[in-house]
Design a protein around this ligand. Sequence first.
Ligand code: NDP
Length: 254
Amino acid sequence: MKNNIFSLKNKVAVITGGKQGIGKVVAGYLADAGADIVIFDLAEASDVAAEIANEHGVQARSYICDVTNPQDVADKIAQAGSEMGTLDLLFNNAGICLHKEALECTPSEWSKVIDVNLNGVFYVAQAFARYLIANQKTGNIVNTASMSGSIVNIPQCQASYNASKAGVVHLTKSLAVELAPKGIRMNSISPGYIRTEMTGTVRQDWQDIWVDMIPFKRMGTPEELAGAVIYLLSDASTYTSGSDMIIDGCFTIV
Ligand code: NDP
């Protein structure tokens, strides 16, 4: 019988933005595939770590970490590496969204979105890759981009978010090439509209328009992203790096 090429056993996975939404659900599935789990979030998430450890029988810890602060990121990666024994995988997922017309957007609003969604992804990827190289390890990173990196959403205005996510897609390709000689792979996922805390509070008439525009006629769930992340983080995808997997119920192809 062949080995399970999707297994994440004996790996430790860091998930940023893992307190809720996509990060929390995907963290549970990574644990189900055998990985020990490290949650990074702005908010305290020991409840999530305990829940995952109990349900899946893996080790799980959480750290308060602001992905926009490179020193905090480097410190927490070092601390998690030492307390977990090692780190192997990264789901670089924390992000925020701002619905505001570009003409009304202030410099600080613009900068905040770019800082979390693009700079934060870079700081965490950089610190994680430095950790792997310093510890003579290979490893594997999945960044959360968005279909908004390749299309312009309507009716809401979200230029800062769209630009940040286009940046994540191309950052992923750029780092994939730079890190290939070091044995580190990096891919991105680009979800369409997914039901989470981020989208749940958006006005209902906009949500109705989105659902009407999606060929699947429904929003996706975080669970429907988990298989892609497991695939990209596992040995099922050892020849895949710099790719972007769009998971959007056909939204971007019509
Ligand atoms: P949520 O808002 O539900 O979760 C995002 C998590 O990231 C929260 O726990 C949040 O913490 C955390 N976070 C925010 N800022 C920081 C920071 N500076 N440092 C550390 N953690 C932070 O969002 P989703 O789960 O919906 O989204 C997850 C990712 O998926 C994001 O990158 C998003 O852009 C992307 N995405 C989402 C889609 C969707 O339709 N939901 C579609 C396409 C992409 P706190 O709440 O404490 O601020």
